[in-house]
Design a protein around this ligand. Structure first.
Ligand code: PLP
Length: 620
């Protein structure tokens, strides 16, 4: 558990059982648990191939309940005279089953949805059926967006149109007058307080979204002039996703609260404060302000929001607003686990070198001596010498003074020396600069049945850290240190950053791979943003997805969403499976006539082609 820091990032949902398998406890400590390895085996017996995305709807439910419980507790603690009505930003994961579950699980808390685009608005309008739940409409808006959102009011929805660009206010006024609907309006403020970490540019003067203070005043004046200031009910801000330091949240709240009270003073009725997203996820389990972590709990977050808003309103004698947060990552990340298998490995040379023979090349003799004499007191010097001999060997080879066999012998000896040195370095507290990368260059490569671009795009695009570890054999000592290489023909299709006590490490401890025996790895906490941002690079399609729900007897498979077949991914780039098959048939006929192919071969080729079209894009 220590090695992979499961307790840090996995609690209360993931742990290791006596069999050395990961267990999933979707309701935390309040319910039953599942052996993840056994679950995967059972799903494979149902012909569900890897990679497999497992969705645990009970975890989603638990996340919503916990978030709401934290706000309820904070509201009670500070005797806050208002309520909390969270919304889920649909952009985080638009998958229908997930959104439908989310709306259902959120009903007791009047949990709503946030839309950031027209298609997301369509999802939210049709799906959100909880009386009293809010529908926050963010993002760029044209007349169609605004009109649809306003008409949602007639369906009993509470759509808040949040003005993010100055020109939206005129469209809103005109549409409102044309439809005769008094809309619920909000403004998104561009705070000068910034978030911290990767998404800190979401706030600040040059932020993409939001209105400056001057723009907000213009909005107020235009609404007043149109007799619509009474529609301005909400202030929204968002300082970026994955805010790792609570201090940034507090600073933003302080600034936003002042804007809120000032807007009320200007005559807007207000009543709602939307603090946006940003509630972090502790991906590396360190509970620090490192970008892959956060130095606060959800309870700290809720307490700070409630206390800060209460204080600001009390200072101006204003009634407190209904609080809204748009937490996406913190709600959706934990519910999914991606399982993939190892297909093979490429090891840095492991064998013990052959003993020295009389008459071997001088460089071989030198390296052999280093190999025999390296110890904790001279390993740094040994490394420098070995490196120099290896380089000398390469230049002698270039000039024809070294045979291929001798060069191979020298390289094997060099790596044998490095292996010894790396063993020593692992025991040391201090790692000399020149040896920093040695572990990485000695690492094995584990080839995995996965496309990073499809299933973990943030790992490629922004070096996002996700916990990755074997889901079984966890009571065996891992003996390899490896990086992961995916199926794509792209050298960026790899994962070589893993969570570590000291931040990030280049290699992952894994067990030796035994060909013919399954070795399953899991990527955890990837339930937010990854699925929809995944791309079809090299035409690896969407993975199989299985929704699992716990029952008193174990679990049940709620939904199976089959991953893309090759025919499907080909159709996304405008190929018709039928046309392709027909072309193969014609070319086979031509080859038959030319006697370039036998009839049996032609039949086999067409059968394989046809089968592939209906098959999963990943390796079997
Ligand atoms: N609200 C807005 C306006 C956003 O842009 C985002 C995403 O960055 C979110 C909410 C969700 O943020 P998070 O997933 O960090 O909770």
């Amino acid at each position: 558990e220590e090695l992979y820091r499961i307790r840090g990032w996995g609690e209360p949902y993931f742990s290791i059982n006596a069999a050395g398998h990961i267990t999933v406890s979707p309701q935390g400590d309040r319910g039953g648990s599942l052996d993840l390895y056994e679950l995967v085996e059972a799903l494979r017996q149902r012909d569900l191939e890897l990679p497999l995305l497992l969705r645990f709807s009970d975890i989603l439910k638990d996340r919503i309940e916990r978030l709401n419980a934290c706000f309820a507790k904070a509201i009670a603690r500070y005797s806050y005279a208002g309520t909390y009505r969270g919304v889920f930003p649909v952009k985080c994961n638009q998958q229908r089953h997930l959104i439908e579950d989310l709306v259902r699980f959120g009903q007791p808390f009047q949990f709503g949805l946030e839309a950031g685009s027209k298609p997301e608005l369509l999802i939210a309008l049709a799906t959100l059926n909880t009386p009293g739940a809010l529908l926050i409409c963010n993002g760029y808006k044209d007349e169609g967006y605004i009109e649809t959102a306003m008409l949602g009011q007639r369906l009993g929805q509470q759509p808040f149109i949040v003005l993010e660009q100055l020109d939206e206010v005129d469209t809103v006024i005109q549409t409102s007058q044309r439809l005769g609907i008094q809309p619920l309006l909000g403004v998104r403020a561009k705070l000068s307080t910034r978030g911290v970490g990767r998404w800190s540019d979401s706030a600040g003067d040059r932020a993409k979204f939001g209105l400056s203070i001057a723009d907000i005043l213009t909005v107020v004046e235009r609404l007043r002039a149109a007799g619509m200031l009474s529609c301005l009910r909400l202030l929204h801000f968002h300082i970026g996703s994955q805010v790792s330091a609570i201090s940034a949240i507090k600073d933003a709240l302080r600034e936003a609260c002042q804007i809120y009270v000032e807007l009320a003073k200007l005559g807007a009725p207000m009543g709602y404060l939307d603090v946006g997203g940003g509630l972090g996820v502790d991906y590396d389990g360190s509970k620090t302000n490192f970008h892959a972590s956060k130095n606060y709990s959800t309870q700290n977050y809720a307490n700070d929001v409630v206390a800060e808003v209460k204080e600001a309103c009390a200072a101006r004698d204003l009634p407190v607003p209904t609080l809204i947060s748009e937490s996406g990552r913190a709600v959706a990340s934990h519910q999914s686990v991606l399982i993939f298998d190892v297909l093979g490995t490429s090891e840095a040379t492991q064998s013990t070198p052959e003993p020295l023979q009389p008459g071997e090349h001088a460089l071989v003799r030198e390296l052999y001596e280093i190999y025999e004499s390296t110890h904790a007191n001279n390993y740094q010097e040994a490394y420098n010498d070995a490196l120099q001999f290896k380089e000398e060997a390469a230049s002698l080879f270039d000039f024809g003074y070294l045979s291929l066999t001798e060069r191979a012998r020298i390289e094997r000896l060099f790596w044998a020396c490095c292996r010894q040195i790396v063993e020593i370095v692992r025991q040391e507290d201090y790692v000399p600069d020149e040896l920093e990368d040695l572990e990485k260059s000695m690492a094995s490569i584990y080839y995995v049945n996965l496309s990073v671009f499809q299933s973990a795009p943030d790992s490629w695009a922004i070096d996002q850290l996700f916990p990755i570890l074997p889901i079984h054999r966890l009571n065996e000592e891992p003996t390899s240190r490896a990086t992961l290489a995916d199926l794509t023909c792209d050298s960026d299709g790899k994962i070589n950053q893993f969570i570590d006590l000291r931040g990030v490490k280049d290699v992952l401890e894994l067990h030796n791979y035994i060909p013919g025996q399954p070795y399953y790895l899991g990527l955890f906490l990837g339930g937010a943003y990854q699925e929809i941002m995944g791309s079809l690079h090299n035409l690896f399609g969407q993975t199989n997805t299985v929704h699992i729900q716990l029952t008193p007897k174990g679990y049940q498979i709620e939904h199976v969403v089959k991953g893309d077949t090759m025919a499907q991914v080909l159709s996304y780039v405008e190929y018709s499976a039928e046309d392709l098959l027909e072309q193969i048939r014609r070319r086979s006929e031509q080859a038959l006539q030319n006697r370039d192919i036998s009839l049996d071969e032609a039949r086999l080729l067409q059968k394989n082609y046809q089968n592939s079209l209906n098959h999963y894009t990943y390796l079997s």
